[in-house]
Design a protein around this ligand. Structure first.
Ligand SMILES: Nc1ncnc2c1ncn2[C@@H]1O[C@H](COP(=O)(O)OP(=O)(O)OP(=O)(O)O)[C@@H](O)[C@H]1O
Ligand SMILES: [Mg+2]
Length: 269
């Protein structure tokens, strides 16, 4: 009992960032893994919680482990599988690790509709919510429904926390629809950044890397600029300040500078 209370205290010292949207394939895992790497590259300690039984973040962390064995500049990043194959049951490893503290815990949410009990637990523990969304009319409709459900949930309303939209797979030259931007403005949700539709995301995922480690190609540099906006939003705890151009984040001694892509093109493969 005492151990459980201590565990709950340790958990509350972490910043839990829930990456979620009921729309499948919108980029939850891509965003969770890239955010984890962006923070790790800045010298932060990060753990990924994979709530999706498809286990994509777990697979990515295995790819990363293999990459780290070949390149000492890539640090492994722990991912814990949370849901077992039995509905509503946690895995034994999650029961063991969930009270371990890390400054940042990034949660890759279940694909599809989250069961009520799990949703309540996730809303309760999360300090920030990032909602990746693509810009087709189907995706926008689903995202509007999802955001409305989140913002009107009693556990969110009793303790509102920062929610940000991350537009994913933006096709160059196409603007976000005015209707959707108006909707976001009405519910006071910022669009944190825009990620382009680029093969570099799949290449990074297959290699267990994040954009911050994808070398100095134009695509990597362009996307890393968007990731710096996401970092600024996280570091500013989603405050008004993050809606202005991001300020330079303080450097962690020994970590890569914020303007530095960590691996060269040849190292990123
Ligand atoms: N910005 C992007 N550019 C190109 N491909 C992308 C981008 N974002 C995601 N993808 C690709 O789209 C597919 C779906 O992305 P991802 O797995 O991150 O979505 P998801 O929301 O986690 O899916 P699920 O709902 O099944 O968990 C993956 O193959 C991924 O590599
Ligand atoms: Mg996923």
């Amino acid at each position: 009992m005492q151990e459980k209370r201590l565990g709950a205290f340790l958990i509350s010292m972490s910043t839990h960032i829930l990456v979620t949207n009921s729309k499948g394939g919108c980029g939850k895992t891509t965003v969770a893994t890239n955010l984890a790497v962006s923070l790790q590259v800045r010298g932060e300690e990060v753990v990924l919680w994979d709530y999706d039984i498809q286990g994509s973040s777990i697979l990515w962390s295995h790819n990363r482990m293999a990459a780290s064995e070949e390149n000492s500049r890539i640090k492994p990043l722990k991912a814990v599988a949370c849901n077992s194959n039995k509905p509503g049951k946690e895995t034994l490893s999650f029961q063991r690790y969930k009270y371990e503290s890390a400054p940042f815990i990034i949660i890759d949410a279940t694909a599809g509709k989250i069961p009520d009990g799990e949703l309540e637990r996730l809303i309760r523990i999360s300090d920030m919510f990032i909602v990746p969304a693509m810009s087709s009319s189907f995706d926008i409709k689903a995202t509007e429904r999802f955001l409305t459900g989140l913002l009107t949930h009693r556990l969110y309303r009793s303790r509102p926390r920062p929610v940000g939209l991350l537009e994913n797979r933006n096709i160059g030259g196409r603007d976000t629809s005015d209707g959707f931007l108006n909707f976001l403005a009405c519910i006071d949700i910022p669009k944190i950044a825009e990620l382009k539709d680029s093969p570099i995301y799949q290449e990074a995922a297959d290699a267990g890397l994040g954009i911050a480690e994808m070398g100095d190609t134009r695509a990597a540099q362009r996307e890393y600029k968007s990731w710096k906006k996401v970092l600024a939003w996280v570091e500013n705890r989603g405050t008004e300040e993050s809606r202005k151009p991001p300020r330079k984040a303080p450097r962690v001694p020994g970590s890569a500078s914020s303007s530095e892509i960590v691996l060269t093109k040849s190292e990123a493969g």
